[in-house]
Design a protein around this ligand. Structure first.
Ligand code: GRF
Length: 207
């Protein structure tokens, strides 16, 4: 099997996107492997998923650092200690300091449950889309830069808002798309298939 790109997946909660990546990595064709799962919170479901998959899981508690730069440095240290070449944020509810960008030049990815630049911010993108009355929302996977939810967009997919939707039903439909899209983007990053030109990201064809 060719060498896979080691990635650290950063989580804060349920970890369903982590699970999708772990499931994808069971295939030899997947170009990345999860070398560590890092959570800013103890006792979350995502940590159990890592353990179930036999992947190292570590907590870097925000409360123990209390400062974005110190917290970021601690997260980077753990990821580097496990050999990670890239960071994949999957429901990670903290904003990393810019130091992380320099330390992981291969890339830091984030997934966001809206069609950015609409409804940015870590907390309530699905609720905000519903409250705004949009008929279409969706999923964005983007590079992390110093601008929160503002990095170059790698992939987007639309999700319709249905008349009877509440936040839970809409988020469930959004997540179905996330679980398909995020492993695809991680695989593309790991294959070196993502080309960045300014803000525009293009995908090289599968070889
Ligand atoms: C996802 O909807 C993601 O877009 C957002 O947080 C949610 C995390 O879900 N950033 P999970 O922890 O992967 O289940």
């Amino acid at each position: 099997m060719p060498t896979r790109l080691p990635i650290a997946v950063l989580v804060s909660g349920s970890g369903s996107n982590l699970q999708a990546i772990l499931d994808a990595s069971a295939s030899d064709a997947f170009a990345a492997e999860v070398c560590v799962v890092i959570s800013d919170r103890p006792a979350v479901r995502a940590l159990e998923r890592a353990v179930e998959a036999g992947v190292p899981a570590e907590v870097v508690a925000w409360a123990e650092h209390g400062d974005r730069d110190l917290f970021t440095a601690a997260v980077c240290r753990v990821a580097e200690r496990h050999g990670a070449a890239a960071l994949v944020l999957a429901g990670f509810m903290r904003i990393l300091g810019t130091e992380a960008i320099g330390r992981f030049p291969t890339g830091i990815l984030n997934i966001h449950p809206s069609l950015l630049p609409a409804f940015p911010g870590t907390m309530h993108a699905v609720r905000d889309a519903l409250a705004h009355g949009v008929k279409i929302t969706g999923v964005t996977v983007h590079y992390v830069t110093a601008e929160v939810d503002g990095g170059p967009i790698i992939a987007q997919e639309a999700v319709p808002v249905l008349p009877d939707d509440d936040e839970a039903s809409l988020h469930a439909r959004v997540q179905q798309v996330e679980h398909r899209l995020y492993p695809d983007v991680v695989d593309a990053l790991a294959r070196g298939a993502l080309m960045i030109d300014g803000r525009r990201v293009t995908w090289k064809e599968h070889s």
